[in-house]
Design a protein around this ligand. Structure first.
Ligand SMILES: *Cc1c(COP(=O)(O)O)cnc(C)c1O
Length: 405
């Protein structure tokens, strides 16, 4: 650890991406989730990293210390988290932040006034607000473009374009962007590719192995996984980018507290088993929705009819736990469905053990109502949780039966 708050240096070098790791290529994803950065404490033998609340660390002589001076710059619980998550993304460097947006903000600080960024036309609302309302007035311009169409991306490219920002699967349409192709397009033109890997998680998708320069996460979602901690993360294999982001982590100070680091680390240990079940439960829900007469359309990359299906099958290990669908009878019926489920909780956010249901047009995506990015008012978004699948199906289909009458 350095005083500028680096991290992830302990990640095993040359770890293969989980989705591609052949037998014998080093520890597998689940092993790294449980052990990377989490060796038993050498002093006490404790099998999990302690929650190190100390803000400052004793120095033997001026500048002579054990790697930690002050907890904004570096903290042992944070190092454990950063090492583990970097290992899960298959890279050497990881930096943890107090929220997903703080992590995104640290990346945007790499830009300078006059620079331009290409963002998805269905970007996460908070990402759009940060780029448009915070960085726009400071001289960073952006163009929203449908990143599924790489000709459109090439067409929107300007000499001052520095970054392409990808979310795949996207929210709430669950459209898929070709990470490999987007990375080569960005690199040919001297730009960089950032992938928000929140929806897929490192278990289902490894953007750095596909050519992305930086991965960003809201660890609030699947990585934490239990609706009890807000956090963010940046992963990269590029040591210079890592140094720059680490500089902003320390200089700006959007760091997570040690208890938050512990909670995200605890969540990460079970990420693989949770994601397998999120995917299986989502598939059961999708099968029910496709057959239900009150539903006119189901958006899920696992469906052969989804425009991104083949691409998702290529670049993801599974299709994820997020599902959107359109209620045929329109907005009033969709509002009735989200109101009347009892097991599915009506709430924003996603990625935790509890199943959630929401109405994007009026909730998560209300800020784009009336714009070309407006979400279908009949659309319902699900974050499929880990309850018994038959219970989830029974509750949702009963709500749809009522809406269909
Ligand atoms: C939630 C979310 C964010 C923002 O993360 P916070 O932890 O809420 O700051 C960014 N991107 C995506 C895709 C998200 O779902």
């Amino acid at each position: 650890m350095t005083g500028t708050g680096g991290g992830g240096a302990g990640a095993p070098a040359g770890v293969s991406p989980a989705a591609a790791s052949p037998p014998g290529a080093g520890p597998g994803f689940e092993t790294r989730a449980i052990h990377a950065g989490q060796e038993p404490d050498p002093v006490t033998g404790a099998v999990i990293p302690p929650i190190s609340l100390a803000t400052t660390f004793a120095q033997e002589a001026v500048g002579k210390h054990q790697g930690y001076e002050y907890s904004r710059s570096g903290n042992p619980t944070r190092t454990a988290l950063e090492t583990c998550l970097a290992s899960l993304e298959g890279c050497a460097h990881g930096l943890a932040f107090s929220s997903g947006l703080a992590a995104e903000d640290a990346i945007l600080r790499l830009l300078r006034p006059g620079d331009h960024i290409l963002i998805p036309d269905d970007a996460y609302g908070g990402t759009f607000r940060l780029i448009d309302k915070v960085w726009g007035p400071l001289g960073i311009s952006h163009t929203s473009v449908g990143l599924g169409d790489l000709d459109a991306v090439a067409g929107a490219w300007r000499p001052e374009t520095r970054l392409v920002w990808v979310e795949t699967p996207s929210n709430p349409a669950l459209s898929i962007v070709d990470i490999l192709a987007a990375a080569s397009l960005a690199h040919e033109r001297g730009g960089r590719l950032v992938v928000d890997n929140t929806f897929a998680t490192p278990y289902l998708q490894q953007p750095l192995a596909l050519g992305a320069d930086l991965v960003v996460h809201s660890t609030t979602k699947y990585l934490g996984g239990h609706s009890d901690v807000v956090g963010g993360f940046v992963a990269t294999d590029d040591p210079e980018l890592a140094d720059e982001v680490a500089f902003y982590q320390n200089a700006v100070g959007g760091v997570p507290g040690p208890l938050d680091c512990y909670l995200v680390l605890r969540g990460a240990k079970t990420l693989a088993v949770r994601m397998d079940r999120h995917c299986a439960n989502a598939e059961a829900v999708v099968e029910m929705l496709v057959a239900h007469p009150a539903v006119s359309r189901v958006l899920y990359p696992g469906l052969a009819s989804h425009p991104g299906h083949d691409l998702a099958a290529r670049q993801m290990r599974g299709f994820g736990g997020m599902v959107s669908f359109v209620v045929a009878a329109g907005e009033a019926a969709a509002l009735e469905v989200v109101r009347s489920t009892t097991l599915w909780t009506l709430a924003e956010s996603l990625g935790a053990v509890e199943s959630l249901i929401e109405h994007p047009h009026r909730m998560t995506h209300s800020s784009v109502a009336g714009s070309p990015l407006e979400v279908d008012p009949g659309l319902v978004r699900l974050s499929v949780g880990l309850e018994t699948a038959s219970d989830l199906l029974a509750d949702l289909s009963a709500a749809l039966d009522r809406a269909g009458n």
